[in-house]
Structures are given as C-alpha cells and as structure tokens.
Design a protein around this ligand. Structure first.
Ligand SMILES: CC(C)(COP(=O)(O)OP(=O)(O)OC[C@H]1O[C@@H](n2cnc3c(N)ncnc32)[C@H](O)[C@@H]1OP(=O)(O)O)[C@@H](O)C(=O)NCCC(=O)NCCS
Length: 373
C-alpha cells in the first residue's frame, strides 16, 4: 500500500504589520467621525452611538497582538477601513497566485523537489478572489507543473480537508505528489468597522507537499497516519457574499456580505466538538492523547486553544505542546494550524506524534495525525 508523507512546508508572510494599538486608533477615529456625523440622530435616540475598541480587550479576549496584511494603509484610513489591493490585468499573476507561488517554492525546497516532481495542486482557502479559472490552475502554470489542479473551500478547515484530498490522490495513485496551498487574504472579507470582529484576521499563505513515502528520503518529513473530517451545519459564522448578490440590489454592501460571527457561541459549541474529534481520531488509530508530543491547532483564539488542549490531554498544555502563532498572525483562517506546524515541527524526533487540527465555519473540523519519520 502507498503511504503518504508530508515532505515539506512553506509560508509566505506579507511584510506589512498592523499592531493592535494602530488598528484600535484607526477604529476609534472612525467611531468619532461616525458619532460626530450622526450627533443629532444619536441625541434624538434614533441612532446608537458607536463604542470605542481597546487593545487590552483584544489581547485578553483573543491573544492577538498584531497581524500581517497585504495592505496597511487602506485598513488604517478611518474614511476607508478596507485594504487597497489594486485589480490586476488578466496577463498578470493574481495576488493569491503570487502568495501561493512564494509559499510553494519554500515547500518544494524543503522537500528537495522541483515542479517536475509534482502532479497536482490544490488551492484550499476560505476566500477565492474569483470563481474561475481556478487559482490552483494559475499556480500550476506559474510553477510549471504538469497534471491537474483545483480550488476548494471549507473555510478555516480548507487546508486539512485539502490534505485529506491530497492523501487520497497519493494513496490511490492518481498523483505522485500534491501541493496543498492556502493563500488567505482574510483582510479582504473582514469588516474593519465592526467592533466585535475588526481585530480578528490577518493574511498569510501556507503550502504543504504531500508525497509517496517511497519518493522521499528515510527520516524525511512526517508520515500521515490518518485524517478525520467532521462537519455540522451552523449559522454562527457566515459570509453571504456571492454571485447571486447582484440579483437583489437591496442586499449589496450590507454587513452580512462580509465575515460575521457569534463569537461566544462559536467558542462554546466548537471547543467540545474539536476535543471529541481529536480524541475519537486518536482512538481509531489505537493512540491516546498521552502519545502526542504536539498539537498544531487552528489559530483563532488563545483561550479556546488552551481549553481544547486541556479537554484533549486532561491537563493544561504547555506552549511547547500547543504552540501559538496567533499573537503574531491573528486568525489566518485555514493557514493558521499549518503556520504553527511549519514553525514548530523541526525540533520533533523520529517517532514523535502530533495532530494538526483546524476548526471553523460550517462548522468544519479537520484532524490530521502525523508521526515524525
Ligand atoms: C470573538 C471573541 C474574541 C470575542 O471575545 P468574547 O470574550 O466572546 O467577547 P464578547 O463578544 O462576549 O464581548 C465581551 C464584552 O466586550 C465588549 N467588546 C466587544 N468588542 C470589543 C472591542 N473591540 N473592544 C472593547 N470591548 C469590546 C462587548 O461589547 C462585551 O461587553 P459587555 O460585556 O458589556 O456586553 C471570541 O468570542 C472568540 O474568539 N470566539 C471564537 C471565535 C472563533 O473561533 N471563530 C472562528 C472564526 S474562523
């Protein structure tokens, strides 16, 4: 039987950074502008005054300190509060393609492979900048890969669901190796005027190369012991942006055409589901949580990750066991757990076990159990 391994990972981090204090300052300027503009309606009780945001709240509630973004200036302009990412001509690579190529090159270099060794590209992310042609096919072309490519979207679980698709293709012989790439431009769908969520997201792109064990060197990378996917419908994280928006003008530009969530409900409902999924997955592989050296969890909320790790392990997890990158990156949707894996895997020894686990809108949960070779 063909076995699938993760032989390399890559990360593209946009150079621009926004600190919490900078984001809060821009938000509070917007609040002041809004409240001044609507002073009469607010005084008459017709419009609710907007409340300011605070860095202390953001760090305490989420663990986020800063985020990397494609564009700072548009987000920090209180009159705009939207990234400025100019459209490109059809002859230029798309922004997501550029990010994907950068991350993929690092994954290939880490694996010691070239485009000629790859048979497929899956672009798996929460937001695709166009419906077609697939970004994945553009990335395939840019890298010079033969074979096939497609896009897929399972929100924050896109990368782990993409990993399962890659494992399937490698194990059933459809491809010798598959690149799973997650170019997440979360700032594009974030409502920077919404106090409850304006701080949540950042931008980044990850890439993972999945290969046949026989095509890799002994001791290289991580054997994929199994993948487990779980979905359960929920309206608590939603984005109604889509191609039918133009068919009803009344909805265009409304808040539901960007990311919206009931954060507290998500926290309460998703945490136990994630812990159960990881525990059930480990049990199905005849493993126990005590066997885990590391948990590379989805990076949305620090308190949530500490709770999940505690539920899985039956005790508090150290930062070595459940590494954190969201302080630096914020929530980068499906890229988050893979950034954690990319940055915190090299110290593991042969035989060490870990789980990559994503969770998010849908709800969707993806668990990937790996063993260092
Ligand atoms: C979003 C999240 C950080 C909010 O944290 P929380 O502790 O649930 O905060 P709440 O929304 O309940 O708000 C708590 C209080 O802070 C206030 N608040 C909200 N945003 C604020 C801000 N930016 N600045 C200051 N105060 C704020 C609220 O008004 C509320 O005040 P009240 O107690 O007087 O009513 C948290 O719920 C979360 O991360 N949930 C998980 C989300 C998740 O994983 N989503 C997956 C997305 S892919």
């Amino acid at each position: 039987m063909i076995k699938a391994v993760i032989s390399g990972t890559g990360l593209y981090t946009p150079p621009a950074i926004i600190e919490n204090d900078e984001l809060v300052e821009a938000f509070n300027q917007y609040v002041e502008l809004f409240n001044n503009e609507h002073a009469d309606e607010i005084a008459r009780g017709e419009v609710a005054a907007l409340q300011p945001s605070s860095s202390a709240f953001i760090e305490k509630a989420s663990g986020i300190k800063r985020r990397h973004v494609i564009d700072r200036d548009g987000i920090l302009d209180p009159h705009r509060m939207t990234p400025y990412i100019p459209e490109r001509s059809n002859d230029e690579p798309s922004v997501q393609c550029d990010m994907a190529v950068a991350a993929s090159k690092e994954a290939l270099a880490q694996a010691g492979k070239t485009a000629a060794d790859v048979d497929a590209v899956i672009v798996a992310c929460s937001n695709l900048q166009r419906p077609y042609p697939a970004i994945a096919i553009e990335v395939q072309e840019a890298l010079g890969i033969e074979g096939f490519a497609y896009d897929m979207n399972v929100a924050c679980s896109s990368a782990t669901f993409g990993l399962q698709a890659a494992v399937n293709s490698v194990e059933n012989g459809a491809a010798r190796s598959v690149l799973v790439v997650s170019p997440e431009i979360c700032s594009g769908h974030l409502n920077f005027r919404d106090r409850d969520s304006h701080f949540i997201f950042g931008d980044a792109c990850t890439a993972i190369l999945v290969e046949r064990e026989e095509d890799t060197k002994a001791g290289q990378g991580f054997e994929i012991l199994g993948t487990r996917l779980k979905t359960k419908f929920s309206n608590n994280i939603r984005n109604n942006f889509g191609f039918l928006n133009r068919a009803d003008e009344s909805g265009i530009g409304k808040a539901d055409k960007l990311f919206i969530q009931q954060g507290r409900k998500v926290f309460k409902e998703v945490s136990p589901l994630v812990a159960e999924t990881i525990q059930g997955h480990l049990a199905s592989l005849s493993l126990s949580p005590d066997n885990l050296t590391r948990m590379w969890l989805h990076q949305a909320n620090l308190n949530m990750n500490q709770l999940i790790a505690r539920k899985v392990l039956g005790r508090d997890a150290s930062v070595e066991e459940a590494p954190v990158i969201l302080d630096e990156y914020a929530n980068t949707s499906s890229a988050g757990s893979i950034i954690a894996f990319h940055k915190y895997k090299d110290d593991l020894k042969a035989g060490d076990l870990g789980v990559i686990c994503s969770f998010g809108a849908g709800y969707s949960i993806g668990s990937v159990v790996v063993r260092h070779r």
